[in-house]
Write a protein that binds this ligand. Structure first.
Ligand SMILES: O=C[C@H](O)[C@H](O)COP(=O)(O)O
Ligand SMILES: C=C(OP(=O)(O)O)C(=O)O
Ligand SMILES: [Mn+2]
Length: 407
C-alpha cells in the first residue's frame, strides 16, 4: 500500500478552485431571492465544518486497500434523508444494519469491509423532470428537503434557502449520534451548499470538501464541461461518479483524466448503475477502456438506480430479484475483466418499510401500500438488505489478480 505521503495531489489538478463558477450547473433549484441565498451560504461558510481533512485522509487510505483488492466497500442509506429528530433518531439504526451487513460480507469474503453511510448530507435530489402535474396543477418537482417540501402544494415546492441551514444542523446532530466511525457520503448536488464547506487546509495547502467524507457526482450531473465535475476536480477528497447505461467509454475515460489526472490510488470510485438488463453488455467496454488508458479506479455496483419501475398505482419500486441479478452480473463482468469487484452502493433503511418487492411480507406490488415511507426512491428494508449482504458474501469474487497496465 502506498504511504499516505503519496496521496498528496500537490495541487497539480487541471482545474482550479474557481473554474466551476464559469460552467453550467445542471439540476440546480431556481432560488427565488439570490440575496437571501447568498446571506445563508455566507453564514454557512463561517460555521464549523462537518468533517476534517484528517478523517478524509484516513478514509482515503482505506479506499487504497479497496482498490488493491484487499477490502470491500459497503455504502448505503436513504435515497433522500429526513431532517431534524427523525433523521437523528434513524441514523443509529442504519449504522447498526450496515454493521451487521459488513460482518456478513467480511466473514463471507474474508476481506476487510469499509463502511460508508449515505448519511449526514444526502438531502438533495436530481430529478428526471423539472415539474409534475398533481390534480391538474403543474408544480415544481420535489428536489429533496435541502431545497423544498414533498407536499404537492405550490408554497411547499418553492425552493427555500433557509433549508440549507436545517440540513447543516441535522447533519451535525446525525454525526454526533453516530457511534464508532462511520464514514459519510452524499451526492454533491447543490453547489451553493457545497461551496460553503470547501475549505483550505493550511497543513497540506489543499482544498477539502468538509460537508462529507466521500462526495459523489450523480448520473445527471457528470457532464464533462459541467460545474459539478469542475467543482469536485479541485478538492482533495476521494470522489465517486455514477456511471449509467448511456455512458460511453470515451466519456468515462475523459472523466477519469479530469478527476484523477495524477492517477492517485483510492482517489476515484466509479459506481456502475447500468440496470440488470444492460450491465453485461455496457460495462465491459468501459472497464477495458479505462484500463487501457492506464487509469486504475475502484469499481462498485449500485444495483438500484437502473432498475426502478412504476407500478400500476404510479409508485416507483424495485424488484429485489432484479437488484440481485444486476449484482450477480456485475461480479461476473468484474471477474471476466480481471478487476476487483470493489463494493456496493445501496438505497436501504432499517425496519419494516415496504418499498421494494421481494422477500418476507412484500411478495406483490399490492404489499407496497402497507408501509411506503421513502421521500424519493424505494429502499431495501432490513430483511432485503441482509439478504443482499448474504448474496454478496457468497457470490462476489475472492481477491483476483488485479490487472495492471501492460498485463
Ligand atoms: O435518486 C435518484 C433520483 O433522484 C431519482 O431516481 C429521480 O427520480 P425521478 O426519475 O422520479 O425524477
Ligand atoms: C440520484 C441518485 O442516483 P443516480 O445519479 O445514479 O441516478 C441517487 O443515488 O440517489
Ligand atoms: Mn435514489
Amino acid at each position: 500500500m502506498p504511504s499516505l505521503g503519496l496521496l498528496s495531489r500537490n495541487s497539480a489538478t487541471w482545474l482550479g478552485p474557481a473554474d466551476w463558477l464559469h460552467r453550467r450547473a445542471a439540476q440546480q433549484p431556481q432560488w427565488p431571492d439570490p440575496a437571501e441565498l447568498l446571506a445563508v451560504t455566507e453564514y454557512l461558510s463561517e460555521l464549523p465544518a462537518l468533517t476534517t481533512p484528517q478523517e478524509i485522509t484516513h478514509l482515503h487510505s482505506q479506499l487504497v486497500k479497496v482498490q488493491a483488492g484487499e477490502a470491500f466497500l459497503l455504502q448505503g442509506g436513504d435515497c433522500a434523508e429526513l431532517l431534524g429528530t427523525d433523521a437523528v433518531q434513524g441514523a443509529s439504526g442504519k449504522q447498526r444494519l450496515l454493521a451487521e451487513m459488513a460482518d456478513r460480507i467480511r466473514t463471507g469474503l474474508g476481506l476487510d469491509v469499509v463502511t460508508v453511510g449515505r448519511l449526514a448530507g444526502q438531502f438533495a435530489k436530481p430529478r428526471s423532470e423539472p415539474t409534475e402535474v398533481v390534480d391538474g396543477v403543474t408544480l415544481p418537482v420535489f428536489r429533496g428537503l435541502m431545497v423544498n417540501g414533498p407536499e404537492p402544494v405550490a408554497s411547499e415546492r418553492q425552493p427555500d434557502p433557509y433549508r440549507l441551514l436545517s440540513c447543516y444542523y441535522t447533519a451535525k446532530h446525525v454525526l454526533q449520534e453516530l457511534r464508532g466511525r462511520l464514514w459519510t457520503s452524499h451526492e454533491a448536488l447543490i453547489l451553493e451548499y457545497e461551496r460553503a464547506f470547501r475549505r483550505l487546509d493550511a497543513a497540506s495547502g489543499e482544498h477539502y470538501l468538509l460537508s462529507t467524507h466521500l462526495p459523489w457526482i450523480g448520473e445527471r450531473t457528470r457532464q464533462i464541461g459541467g460545474a459539478h465535475v469542475a467543482f469536485l476536480a479541485a478538492v482533495a477528497n476521494p470522489l465517486q461518479v455514477k456511471v449509467g447505461p448511456n455512458a460511453t467509454p470515451d466519456d468515462i475515460v475523459e472523466l477519469c483524466e479530469i478527476l484523477d489526472p495524477q492517477r492517485i490510488p483510492g482517489r476515484l470510485t466509479l459506481i456502475s448503475r447500468m440496470g440488470a438488463a444492460a450491465v453485461s453488455e455496457r460495462l465491459p467496454t468501459i472497464v477495458a477502456a479505462i484500463h487501457d488508458r492506464g487509469h486504475s479506479v475502484i469499481w462498485i455496483c449500485d444495483p438500484m438506480h437502473g432498475n426502478t419501475v412504476k407500478t400500476a398505482n404510479g409508485r416507483k419500486t424495485r424488484y429485489l430479484s432484479t437488484v440481485h441479478d444486476e449484482l450477480a452480473a456485475f461480479f461476473t463482468v468484474m471477474a471476466t475483466q480481471r478487476q476487483h469487484a470493489g463494493g456496493v452502493h445501496l438505497e436501504m433503511t432499517c425496519g419494516e418499510v415496504t418499498e421494494c418487492v421481494g422477500g418476507i411480507g412484500v411478495s406483490t406490488e399490492a404489499d407496497l401500500e402497507q408501509n411506503f415511507e421513502s421521500l424519493c426512491d424505494p429502499r431495501l428494508n432490513e430483511e432485503q438488505a441482509l439478504s443482499t449482504a448474504d448474496l454478496i458474501a457468497k457470490s462476489a469474487d475472492r481477491p483476483v489478480p488485479i490487472q495492471t497496465r501492460g498485463n
